[in-house]
Ligand binder design. Structure first.
Ligand code: NDP
Length: 401
C-alpha cells in the first residue's frame, strides 16, 4: 500500500496523543502535518514525536480559505480534527473543497449557544457521498469507543439491545483544587447543561446534575455518578432502534461540584459576553484562560479512568447483560505519551479511527458515526495501541431495567 499523508488540526491535550501515536505508524504514513492556532505548541509536540516526519504550521481553522490553502500546499489524504467542536463545520467545508477524508472526536457546537447535536454535521452526508469522501464522526472514547463497544455487543452478544447505560469514571487525582480534564470551556458547557436521556421513544430532560447514583467501577469501587446528556446517545438510539432506554453517567467528586457551583453562581461559567475595561469578553473563556491547561495535568496524575457500556437485551429468547469497558491508568498514559488518561483515551481512538480510514478498512462515502462501521477491526487494534478492553457477560450491573 502506498503510504499516506495525514494532517492533524489542534495541538492540545488530545492532539498531543494523536500525533505521537500516528507518528509511530511508519508503515502507514510518510508525513504528518500538525497545524493549530499556536505554532509553538505544534513544535513542542513535533520535537518529541516520530519516527514519521512532522511538519508544523499555524492555522486559524475557522478561516476556510486559509485552511484550503494549507491543505492544498500539504496535499494530505486525510485530516484529523482535534481542535474544538466550533471548528467542525469549517474544517468539513475545507475537506470537501480539497477532496480529503475527515475524522473528528466531538460534534459541532455553535460558539454562541451551549447546545450540541449531530444535525449540523449529518446535513453534510450527501455532499461527502457525492465527493466520494468519508467523514468519520466522534472517534474519541465517548463518543467513539463507547459507540464501537455498543456495535460490538449488538453484533456478537444480542439479537436485540434494550437498555444502554454508558458509565464514565475518572478516579484519578491531579493534585489541583479545580481543573478540567479536557478543554475547560467545552467541558463546563457540557456539565452545566440540562441532563437528557432517551426512554421509550422520547427524550426526557432533567435539571443539571439532578439525577445521580453510585456505580461500582471495576478495580475502582463505588463512585457517585451523574446523569448527563452526551452526544453518542443521539446517534446510538438512531442506529439501534430496538433500544428502549439510553443514558450517560459521569463521576464527579463533591469538591469538583462545589467549585463548579460557586463559579456558576457568580457568573463565571456564562457564555453571555460582558464588557470589561472597554472590551467584550466571555466569562467562560476568561475562566478557561486562568484554569490549568488539561495537557499540563499529566506528570502528577495518579489513579485510573474506567469507561464502558452496561447493556441489557435479548439473545436466543433469553435476557442477557453485557458490560464492556476499558480501565486506563494516568501514569501509563503519561509514560506512553506525556499525557493524562483523559487526553490519552481520546487521542488513541482518534489515531486508530484515522488509520482505519487511511487504510480503506473504514472507508465509505458519506458522513458516518462510529457504530455504522464493523466494530471488529477497530477493537482488534485498540488493545495493542494502549487501551485493552474487557467483556463481562451476565455480571451484576449498576442499573435495573
Ligand atoms: P485543548 O483545548 O487542549 O486543545 C484544543 C486545540 O485546538 C488547542 O491547541 C487550540 O489552540 C486549538 N484550536 C482552538 N481553536 C482553533 C482554531 N480556530 N484553529 C486552529 N486551532 C484551534 O482541547 P482537548 O485537546 O482537550 O480537546 C480536543 C477536542 O477533543 C475537543 O473537541 C474536545 O471536545 C474533544 N474531546 C473528545 C473526547 C471524546 O471522548 N470523544 C474527550 C475529550 C475531548 P490553542 O492552543 O492556541 O488554544
Amino acid at each position: 500500500m502506498q503510504k499516506k499523508r495525514l494532517m492533524i488540526i489542534g495541538a492540545g491535550g488530545v492532539g498531543n496523543v494523536a500525533v505521537r501515536k500516528a507518528a509511530r505508524m511508519e508503515d502507514l504514513y510518510d508525513c504528518i502535518m500538525l497545524a493549530s492556532r499556536t505554532k509553538a505548541k505544534c513544535d513542542a509536540i513535533a520535537k518529541e514525536a516520530g519516527p514519521v516526519p512532522i511538519l508544523t504550521e499555524a492555522i486559524d481553522a475557522d478561516d476556510v480559505s486559509a485552511l484550503v490553502a494549507l491543505i492544498e500546499s500539504f496535499k494530505p489524504d486525510l485530516l484529523l480534527n482535534v481542535a474544538l467542536p466550533y471548528q467542525d463545520l469549517p474544517i468539513m467545508e475545507a475537506c470537501l473543497q480539497t477532496g480529503v477524508h475527515y475524522i473528528d472526536t466531538a460534534n459541532y457546537e455553535p460558539k454562541d449557544k451551549a447546545h450540541f447535536e449531530y444535525s449540523y454535521q449529518w446535513a453534510y452526508h450527501e455532499k461527502f457521498e457525492k465527493a466520494g469522501l468519508t467523514a468519520l464522526l466522534g472517534s474519541g472514547f465517548d463518543p467513539g469507543v463507547t459507540n464501537v463497544f455498543t456495535a460490538y455487543a449488538v453484533k456478537h452478544y444480542f439479537d436485540e439491545l434494550h437498555y444502554l447505560d454508558i458509565v464514565d469514571c475518572n478516579a484519578g487525582d491531579h493534585g489541583k483544587s479545580f481543573a478540567t480534564n479536557f478543554n475547560p470551556e467545552i467541558n463546563i458547557r457540557e456539565i452545566t447543561q440540562h441532563g437528557r436521556y432517551y426512554e421509550n421513544g422520547s427524550w426526557k430532560t432533567t435539571e443539571p446534575l439532578e439525577i445521580h447514583q453510585k456505580v461500582d467501577y471495576p478495580r475502582i469501587g463505588a463512585k457517585e455518578s451523574y446523569l448527563l446528556f452526551h452526544e453518542e446517545l443521539e446517534s446510538l438510539v438512531k442506529h439501534f432502534p430496538t433500544v428502549k432506554r439510553a443514558r450517560f453517567w459521569m463521576t464527579f467528586s463533591q469538591q469538583y461540584i462545589t467549585y463548579l457551583k460557586v463559579l456558576e453562581d457568580i457568573g463565571m461559567t456564562s457564555i453571555e459576553p460582558i464588557t470589561y475595561q472597554g472590551i467584550q469578553i466571555q466569562p467562560l473563556q476568561f475562566l478557561k484562560a486562568v484554569l490549568p491547561e488539561p495537557s499540563s495535568l499529566g506528570p502528577n496524575y495518579q489513579g485510573q479512568t474506567s469507561i464502558g457500556c452496561q447493556m441489557r437485551g435479548i439473545k436466543d429468547g433469553k435476557e442477557r447483560s453485557v458490560y464492556i469497558f476499558n480501565n486506563c491508568s494516568h501514569q501509563m498514559a503519561y509514560q506512553d505519551t506525556k499525557a493524562q488518561a483523559v487526553s490519552y483515551t481520546t487521542g488513541v481512538p482518534a489515531a486508530l479511527g484515522a488509520s482505519l480510514v487511511a487504510r480503506g478498512i473504514w472507508q465509505k462515502s458519506g458522513v458516518w458515526n462510529m457504530e455504522q462501521f464493523d466494530p471488529d477491526p477497530f477493537l482488534a487494534e485498540l488493545g495493542p495501541l494502549g487501551l485493552p478492553w474487557e467483556v463481562v457477560v451476565d455480571g451484576k450491573l449498576a442499573f435495573e431495567k
